[in-house]
Design a protein around this ligand. Structure first.
Ligand code: C5P
Length: 415
């Protein structure tokens, strides 16, 4: 999503990271955005208005009026002009004032009057960042006002301490803004999507279990790709070694459900309120029929026979109760290749009443569990009519594949 012609209001507050605002303005202008800067009084001690005004080619505003001639700087007009208001760096003090609705400078008045989306890029010492007050203020801004948070990174801080609190790098912030604008135009914006991910864990006794090799990489990347496109994601996750990137938590609610039964319960509870779902988890098809309450005492003279009982098929059950308009996407991991794998996948598409199925073939190099790459074919209902269309995605990173699947899914909402 290009930033060409976008109106970006940048609020700069008094943190040492204010020097990075200069690089940020430069990058935004280079991308074709129109940038206006409003600074807090304290920010002037770290970077001069002249520097930022030169880079954005427009006077920088600090006060509610011009002290030399009394001309009024209207916070309303800044808020109306902007397509997005980004406060970077955002200090603990300014975040607290934003959360409390304090309006004692132009930067804050502009926040209260802004009609566009707002994001903050916090920058502060690690203890200030992790303080419950700061975290509560960020949560208030997120949940009450829908403010996006460009999470700070970990590293050396101005205090000499090392930890989380460094403002995200200007390049990361620009990347974040690309997603913000892409989300504003995506059919996925505001859609509630459930994503299952990772491996289920089925207990044999209190210390042993039956599971599989899924790492959750594909499902977590999908949750992020959907969230980046503006969806509100509920990520129901089994065991996973994958982690969410630090910028994606704005629109992702994580629910842990380790066993197939727990995952089924979580999905059955949440699916009715969803607009769609992606079933990416590697759910056990069988679970120990009688998990033992005590650790099993092994006896090397005897074979150990474990009775397994079938689990419920979550995708199929949700397919059974799905209402018109709900879009569901499943995965088919096949060890077969070619036409045979395609036939299996199409069979699952029908049996589970899915709108699309993503076929992974373990026989393809670079595809499957634990790898960072994947090669898939998306088989989906035709947006135009009742037909089926196939979309072969070449070998790519799982993050890119997740973007392609999310785009395919957004097409299904656009029907
Ligand atoms: O039938 P198969 O297990 O190959 O189907 C795979 C698809 O069904 C995946 O989308 C997977 O997440 C989903 N599934 C499920 N619950 C199960 C088994 C599979 O949601 N118990």
């Amino acid at each position: 999503m290009s930033l060409e012609g976008k109106h970006i209001l940048l609020g700069v507050t008094g943190s040492i990271a204010a020097y990075k605002a200069a690089v940020l303005v430069r990058l935004l202008v280079r991308e074709g955005a129109e940038v206006r800067v409003v600074m807090s009084e304290a920010a002037r001690d770290f970077v001069t208005p002249l520097t930022l005004a030169t880079l954005c080619r427009y006077p920088v505003l600090v006060d509610n009026f011009d002290p030399t001639n009394g001309a009024w700087n209207s916070h309303i007009s800044l808020g109306e002009w902007a397509d997005h208001y980004l406060v970077a760096p955002a200090t603990a003090n300014t975040l607290a004032k934003m959360a409390a609705g304090v309006a004692d400078n132009l930067l804050l008045c502009s926040y209260l009057s802004a009609r566009c989306g707002v994001s903050v890029a916090p920058a502060m010492d690690l203890d200030m960042y992790r303080h419950a007050a700061t975290q509560a203020n960020l949560e208030t801004l997120r949940t009450r006002d829908g403010v996006g948070v460009v999470e700070p990174g970990e590293g050396e801080l101005a205090s000499g301490l090392v930890g989380k609190g460094r403002m995200a790098e200007p390049e990361e912030i620009v990347d974040y803004l690309h997603h913000v604008f892409a989300a504003e135009e995506s059919p996925l914006r505001g859609k509630k999507i459930l994503v299952t991910a990772g491996a289920t864990v089925e207990p044999i006794d209190p210390v042993r279990f039956v599971s599989n090799y899924s790492t959750g990489k594909m499902g977590y990347a999908l949750a992020e790709a959907l969230a980046e496109r503006g969806a509100q994601v509920v990520l129901v996750t089994g065991h996973a070694t994958a982690v969410l990137s630090r910028h994606s938590n704005n629109n992702i609610e994580r629910v842990t459900a380790l066993s197939a039964a727990e995952m089924y319960e979580a999905c059955a509870r949440r699916f009715p309120e969803m607009d769609g779902a992606v079933f990416c988890a590697a759910v056990a098809d069988y679970t120990p029929a009688k998990p033992m309450a005590q650790k099993y005492k092994h006896d090397p003279s005897q074979p150990f026979l474990l009775e397994l009982t079938p689990t419920r098929d979550i995708a199929a059950e949700m397919g059974r109760i799905k209402r018109p308009g709900q879009v569901t996407v499943g995965f088919a991991l096949e060890t077969a290749a070619g036409a045979e794998a395609g036939d299996y996948a199409r069979g699952k598409l029908e049996a589970k009443r899915l709108d699309a199925i993503v076929l992974n073939s373990l026989s393809d190099a670079g595809a499957g569990f634990g790898t960072d790459t994947n090669r898939v074919t998306i088989i989906g209902r035709d947006v135009e009519g009742d037909g089926i269309r196939e979309c072969a995605i070449p070998l790519k990173s799982k993050v890119e594949v997740a973007g392609d699947i999310a785009d395919f899914m957004s097409g299904l909402f656009g029907r």
